[in-house]
Design a protein. Structure first.
Length: 209
């Protein structure tokens, strides 16, 4: 059986994969139907919580083959119980050591949340509103800081900062919103980090925690 790689090794693999992607090199292991060893079981090396945005295909941007990434995608890469449960499942069942919360530039869900600050009468369906509400705390704090310090708030810059604030909030919620994950992090069995994908350049920047 495949061994569990350390979080640091997996992180280096993801960074190298993103470099290959940016360099537009063909993967050495192209996506295909599952090879025989993958039919019976999976052993993903990383868990990625990303946004549903069509421009952020996780396996492609990290140039990873089938079976390497356990991916959860939801608009705004928010943390709700089902996301935490999915991550607990993968971390416990497969022993995967690295979780990456992956936000991205020009995120529609974050922008939708920012728009509710600009226009409080903005209406979203209750279901979409539930996503916006989970993004709101990070954006709201940022809004207070920026309106206190800047005469004029640049919306694009605000959304950029809100994307990173939202990633950091999701990382924090994962670290502290689950007893299982918190224990794994405390014992050094799990690393949870944030990252941001730049749609214009293809680069993934890993954020300092
Ligand atoms: Zn998005």
């Amino acid at each position: 059986m495949k061994e569990n790689l350390s979080a640091q090794t997996v992180l280096e693999n993801l960074k190298a994969g993103n470099e290959r992607y940016m360099a537009n090199l063909a993967s050495t292991k192209p996506l295909t139907v599952a090879p025989p060893e993958l039919v019976e079981e999976q052993k993903p090396s990383a868990i990625i919580l990303g946004c549903s945005d069509a421009r952020v295909p996780v396996e492609l941007i990290f140039d990873q083959p089938l079976g390497e990434l356990f991916v959860i995608r939801v608009a705004g890469n928010i943390i709700a119980p089902s996301q935490i449960g999915s991550i607990e499942f993968a971390a416990e069942k497969f022993g995967t050591r690295l979780v990456v919360v992956l936000g991205h530039s020009h995120c529609g869900a974050v922008t939708a949340c920012v728009e509710t600050l600009i226009n409080p009468d903005q209406y979203y369906s209750p279901n979409l509103q539930s996503i916006v509400d989970r993004i709101r705390p990070s954006v709201y704090n940022l809004h207070e800081i920026m309106t206190a310090s800047d005469a004029e708030v640049d919306i694009d810059e605000f959304v950029n900062r809100a994307v990173r604030a939202n990633v950091r909030m999701s990382v924090s919620q994962l670290k502290h919103g689950s007893r299982i994950l918190e224990d794994m992090v405390t014992h050094g069995d799990l690393t949870i980090i944030g990252a941001e994908y730049d749609i214009a350049t293809g680069r993934v920047n890993f954020l300092d925690s």
